[in-house]
Ligand binder design. Structure first.
Ligand SMILES: NC(=O)c1ccc[n+]([C@@H]2O[C@H](COP(=O)([O-])OP(=O)(O)OC[C@H]3O[C@@H](n4cnc5c(N)ncnc54)[C@H](O)[C@@H]3O)[C@@H](O)[C@H]2O)c1
Length: 326
């Protein structure tokens, strides 16, 4: 199939685009590079620098002959800012997203895989979290992801759109060529590894959570495994009942365990600076991915933390200043 990947110059999008190409699909990437990197566009993908919120930009991308599906990964993604500046999140993630769906209808495209998030659940009532767990997002980022899933439901019922939403937990790790380079970086693993490189301490927010060592527990899923799930979702879009799938490893690691594993991987004695809790950080977020395994046939290759951190460390070693220094 020929797939338009919005946000394909970003962290997860570039690895997904690479996975699609390796699986024999054709790829066009649409990205405005506000967070993405031209250097992250995999060889063999066509690149269009454009904003998916602008109907005229979209028409140029959607007009390509032979386009079969869209993977919608472009978004405002930094959870922390979504509480202080929610309008950016509603404009891009909702209004922009509807603009994309309307463009797809104009161009007779009816297949979409959407990058949703564990943030739709909010403060979890159970661990592991199943897809039917109550959805109570605690920031506008999570709310926009949930709202767009609901928009997809309605476009599915009314206009025959085939859609799958993949709710990732914490994407992490790297391929040999593609890794995580955000500005600012808010994700734990790259920040721990950058601290290791810089010989600086890393902040651990909250040490009195009701967990085994007092720090928060999260579920890290290798970005290569996320890419595999996208390829499977694309190939099953026409036959599966449209739906939502969690993508996680099913194993929780605490922040202090991440720091400890990073010490082992890097052989650097990374210092942890114990800091106050941040508002809105649930104690434990761990996925049940049984549905993705049984319905999509998803088989994560890297469920353990150490190989995930090891791949990220090797990428950072080759890109100490991110893509800018590549
Ligand atoms: N990284 C994670 O742990 C994680 C977890 C859950 C969900 N997600 C979702 O997965 C997707 C990818 O996340 P990521 O970590 O790779 O983020 P990212 O910021 O690296 O990638 C997003 C890409 O979208 C592009 N983009 C943003 N607004 C755009 C616009 N208006 N027009 C065109 N391009 C635009 C950015 O330039 C960037 O390249 C996002 O939708 C995110 O919400 C990520």
């Amino acid at each position: 199939m020929h797939v338009l990947v919005t946000g394909g110059a970003g962290y997860v999008g570039s690895v997904v685009a690479d996975g699609l190409l390796r699986a024999g699909h054709a790829v066009t990437i649409l990205d405005n590079l506000q967070q993405g990197h031209r250097e992250a566009v995999p060889e063999g993908a066509r690149f269009i620098k454009a904003d998916f919120c602008r109907p005229e930009d979209l028409d140029a991308a959607l007009r390509q002959p032979g386009l079969d599906a869209v993977m919608h990964m472009a978004a405002e993604t930094i959870v922390e800012f979504s509480t202080t500046d929610p309008k950016r999140y509603f404009h891009t993630n909702i209004i922009g997203g509807i603009n994309l769906l309307d463009g797809m209808i104009r161009h007779n495209l009816n297949r979409i895989v959407f990058s949703s998030s564990a943030a739709v659940y909010g403060e979890p009532l159970t661990a592991p979290i199943e897809e039917n767990h109550p959805k109570n997002p605690i920031n506008s980022y999570g709310l926009t992801k949930l709202m767009f899933e609901q928009v997809l439901e309605w476009y599915g019922k009314a206009y025959g759109l085939r859609h799958i939403s993949l709710r990732y937990f914490n994407a992490a790790g790297a391929t040999e060529r593609l890794g995580e380079d955000h500005s600012p970086e808010t994700h734990l693993i790259p920040n721990v590894l950058k601290a290791a490189l810089a010989g600086a301490p890393v902040s651990v927010f909250g040490t009195d959570y009701p967990t085994r060592d007092g720090s928060c527990i999260r579920d890290y899923v290798h970005v290569i495994d996320i890419a595999q799930a996208h390829v499977l979702a694309l190939e099953k879009l026409d036959t599966l009942k449209a739906g939502v799938y969690n993508l996680g490893s099913g194993q929780g690691y605490s922040v202090l365990e991440v720091v400890q594993t990073a010490r082992k991987v890097t052989s650097i004695d990374i210092q942890a600076k114990l800091s106050a809790k941040r508002a809105g950080d649930p104690a434990v977020l761990v996925a049940s991915s049984d549905r993705a395994k049984s319905e999509l046939g998803w088989k994560p290759k890297y469920p353990q933390l150490e190989p995930i951190i090891d791949s990220a460390w090797r990428w950072i070693g080759g890109h100490p200043r991110g893509y800018a220094g590549a």
